[in-house]
Design a binder for this molecule. Structure first.
Ligand SMILES: [Ca+2]
Length: 264
């Protein structure tokens, strides 16, 4: 009896510990105070706001401008992995060019890096390049305000003086051609972009980047879906030449998806 009682006490103590809520929330959002201006971004990159842009937003003191936000990448659906993260908007470091007079004024600007809606998954160990789209938004948003004094700045790195150990003039690049126009069963995340039917049985997709070195290996990922009473075939050509075997989708009353890789 004594042993059972002791077990219950231990369990209650343990339950008491786990019932304690884990607090990850700030008391107030940064958005609670001041005037804010919201800007939308679609693609990742460095964005520029001029002194006049900031002034026209109605920011009281353009020299004290601050940028907040996470951008547009989809967040992890496993909330447990998000928990160590602050729940409020983080301040984004900016670069501010004040010109020769050292005063943020007409003709000056700020730069900041913004995350777009496509999250690149780049692996250093494998020559692959994939991406995760944001299924819920076409834009990411940043919030502009001003604070007192100077906001967060992009840190200056020490110049590297050592001799390089690797010399290269090319790198991997990824291009995505997708258009989320059709959701075939009006459900889920599978979206397709281009219909091949009736008189449109050929489509040309152009990557307009004159810096591509066409002598280097290339990997082409193609995803097609079909539903037909006969086998559906797709032929992929690169600059007019077949790049590999045809993609064959078996006949089916249901939609069948095929993903195929071509290497050249
Ligand atoms: Ca200036």
């Amino acid at each position: 009896m004594k042993r059972i009682l002791s077990l219950i006490v231990t369990m209650m103590a343990a339950l008491g510990i786990f019932a304690e809520p884990v607090q990850h929330y700030v008391a107030n959002s940064v958005l609670a105070n001041g005037s804010w201006y919201k800007v939308a971004v679609e693609n990742s990159g460095v964005y520029k706001l001029t002194y006049n842009d900031i002034q026209q937003m109605g920011i009281g003191d353009p020299a004290s401008v601050r940028v907040y936000g996470y951008g547009g990448a989809i967040i992890d659906e496993n909330f447990a992995r998000l928990l160590p993260r602050e729940d409020d908007l983080p301040e984004v470091p900016i670069f501010m060019d004040k010109g020769a007079d050292g005063v943020f004024s007409d003709g000056d600007y700020i730069l900041f890096y913004a995350q777009g809606v496509t999250k690149d998954n780049i692996s250093d160990s494998q020559p692959t390049h994939s991406y995760t789209p944001n299924y819920y938004s076409r834009y990411g948003y940043y919030f502009i305000t001003c604070g007192s004094g100077e906001g967060r700045r992009i840190a200056t790195q020490e110049a590297v003086t050592e001799e390089p150990t690797l010399d290269f003039s090319t790198t991997y690049a990824g291009y995505y051609i997708h258009s989320d126009e059709y959701n075939l069963i009006n459900s889920g995340r599978e979206w397709y972009g281009y219909k091949f039917q009736n008189s449109t049985l050929t489509r040309t997709f152009t990557v307009s980047d004159s810096n591509i070195d066409t002598s280097l290996p290339m990997l082409l990922n193609v995803s097609v879906v079909a539903s037909a009473s006969a086998i559906t075939t797709f032929t992929c050509k690169l600059n007019g030449t077949d790049i590999g075997q045809q993609i064959r989708v078996s006949s089916s009353a249901n939609y069948v998806e095929i993903q195929q890789q071509f290497r050249r």
